[in-house]
Design a protein around this ligand. Structure first.
Ligand code: FEO
Length: 393
C-alpha cells in the first residue's frame, strides 16, 4: 500500500499485515493487524512517528523512497512491531535522531542495539517545533510497557497514541468505518495487553482529556476521526465496576463436567445473568480475554487429570490471573474419578484476583441429583451477590 494523506503534510505510512495470525507467539490475531507509521512535514523539520515491524520494513522504506530528509524518528514505544525498522531508517537518514522517553531509550539500546548517540530523550510535556507544526510529548506509561508515550500534534489536534487505543485489525480503511468491528478489535487488544494496568491507563485517559483531539492515530488499526468512540469505550473498560456477567471457561473429557457446566449456565441464565461459556479445547483465548473485561464472576469447570485440573484449565487460570480483571467472585466446578486436588490447585493459581471464592461443586463421576442441587445453590449465590453489588448488564 502507498503512503496515504491524512491532512496537509501528514501521511499514514507503514504496513497492513493481512495474514498475521499470532502475536508474541501467543496472542491470536483473527483479523490480522497493521503497523502504522506517520510522516509529518513541517516547514523546517520532518518527523516519522513510529516505524513498522521488521517483517514489513521494505514497505515502509518504499513509501519513503522520495522523502529526502527525516530529522526525527519518534519512538512512542520500544516494542519491535513499532521500533523494529528504526535501525534501517537511521541508516537511510544519517542525520536523523530518535526521540524517546529515557526508559524507551534504554530499551531501544538493549533491544535493537541502536547507538546511544542517535537517541535523544524527551521530557513529559516537552514540545518540538517543526516549523508551522509543533509536537508535544505526553508520557502515557503502561500502555502496555513502562516506557510508552503519546505524541500530540497541536495545529491539527491529532494524538498519535501507538498501542494505546489501537486495534489489531487489517483494513484498507484509513479511518474507522465499521465502528462495531473496530470496537470489538480494540476491546480485544485492551484486554490482552492493557487490562492489568487499568489504574494507570485510567490516569492516562484523564491526562489526554486535557487536549482538544480531533483524531486519534494509533499505530495499529484505523484512525479514529470521531475519537469519543474509543475514549468512552476505554473509560468503560477501565472502570472498577463489573457487569452482571459470568465467564465460564471449562474443559470436559468424558462429558461429566460438561453436563455440570450446561446445568449451571442454564440456571444462571434463568436468573437474568449474561454467561459466556468457553470450551477451552477450541476457544480463542482473545475471546475469553474480551469477556473478562466486564465480568463480575468467573466459574472454572475442570475434570481432574491425575490429581489436579486439566492442563488447559491450568493455562486459562494462569491467564486470568495475569490479566487481573475486575472480577469480584470466583468458583470452581467439575468431576473427578477417585480423588482430586483441583480446587486447591486452581485457587492457588489466581492470587492476583481479589475475589470471594464461592462454594465449589465437585462431583465423583457423572453428576447426580445432589450435584445439580449444589449447582442450583451456586447459581442462587452468584445471583444474590450480583444483586447486592447492583450490577447492571
Ligand atoms: Fe504494538 Fe506493544 O506493540
Amino acid at each position: 500500500m502507498k503512503a496515504r494523506k491524512i491532512r496537509d503534510n501528514i501521511f499514514w505510512m507503514g504496513a497492513v499485515d493481512w495474514d498475521r495470525r499470532l502475536f508474541d507467539s501467543l496472542i491470536p490475531l483473527p483479523d490480522g493487524t497493521s503497523y502504522n507509521a506517520y510522516l509529518i512535514q513541517g516547514s523546517e523539520k520532518s518527523v516519522l512517528i513510529d516505524t513498522a515491524d521488521p517483517t514489513k520494513s521494505d514497505l515502509l522504506l518504499d513509501q519513503l523512497e522520495h522523502t529526502q530528509e527525516i530529522d526525527y524518528i519518534i519512538a512512542n514505544h520500544a516494542e519491535q512491531d513499532h521500533s523494529g525498522t528504526i535501525p534501517l531508517i537511521l541508516q537511510k537518514y544519517q542525520n536523523a535522531k530518535v526521540m524517546a522517553t529515557p526508559k524507551c531509550k534504554a530499551m531501544l539500546i538493549d533491544l535493537l542495539l541502536i547507538p546511544e548517540n542517535r537517541i535523544q530523550t524527551v521530557e513529559d510535556g516537552e514540545k518540538l517545533s517543526l516549523g508551522k507544526k509543533s509536537l508535544e510529548f505526553i508520557y502515557t506509561p503502561w500502555v502496555h510497557w513502562p516506557e510508552t508515550m503519546s505524541t500530540y500534534l497541536h495545529e491539527d489536534k491529532i494524538l498519535f497514541s501507538c498501542d494505546f487505543f489501537g486495534s489489531h485489525l487489517a483494513t484498507s480503511d484509513l479511518f474507522v468505518t465499521d465502528e462495531s468491528r473496530v470496537y470489538e478489535a480494540a476491546k480485544r487488544y485492551y484486554a490482552e495487553i492493557m487490562m492489568p494496568f487499568r489504574v494507570t491507563v485510567r490516569k492516562n485517559i484523564e491526562k489526554i482529556g486535557q487536549y482538544a483531539i480531533d483524531f486519534i492515530a494509533p499505530s495499529h488499526g484505523p484512525i479514529y476521526d470521531k475519537p469519543q468512540l474509543i475514549i468512552d469505550a476505554y473509560k468503560d473498560w477501565t472502570s472498577e465496576t463489573p457487569k452482571n456477567v459470568v465467564v465460564f471457561p471449562y474443559i470436559s473429557m468424558h462429558g461429566s463436567t460438561k453436563k455440570m457446566v450446561e446445568y449451571l449456565v442454564g440456571a444462571l441464565s434463568e436468573k437474568g445473568i449474561t454467561v459466556y461459556q468457553f470450551d477451552l479445547s477450541v476457544t480463542d483465548i482473545g475471546k475469553l480475554a474480551i469477556t473478562l473485561v466486564d465480568a463480575a464472576t468467573i466459574v472454572i469447570g475442570t475434570p481432574t487429570v491425575h490429581i489436579g485440573p486439566h492442563p488447559a484449565v491450568h493455562y486459562a487460570a494462569h491467564l486470568a490471573n495475569a490479566l487481573r480483571p475486575k472480577l469480584r467472585f470466583a468458583s470452581i466446578i467439575g468431576s473427578y474419578g477417585w480423588s482430586s486436588k483441583a480446587i486447591e490447585q486452581i485457587t492457588g493459581l489466581i492470587p492476583n484476583l481479589k475475589v470471594e471464592i464461592l462454594d465449589p461443586v465437585l462431583c465423583k463421576g457423572y453428576p447426580r441429583e445432589t450435584d445439580f442441587k449444589a449447582l442450583e445453590k451456586l447459581a442462587d449465590t452468584i445471583a444474590s451477590r450480583h444483586r447486592e453489588h447492583q450490577l447492571g448488564n
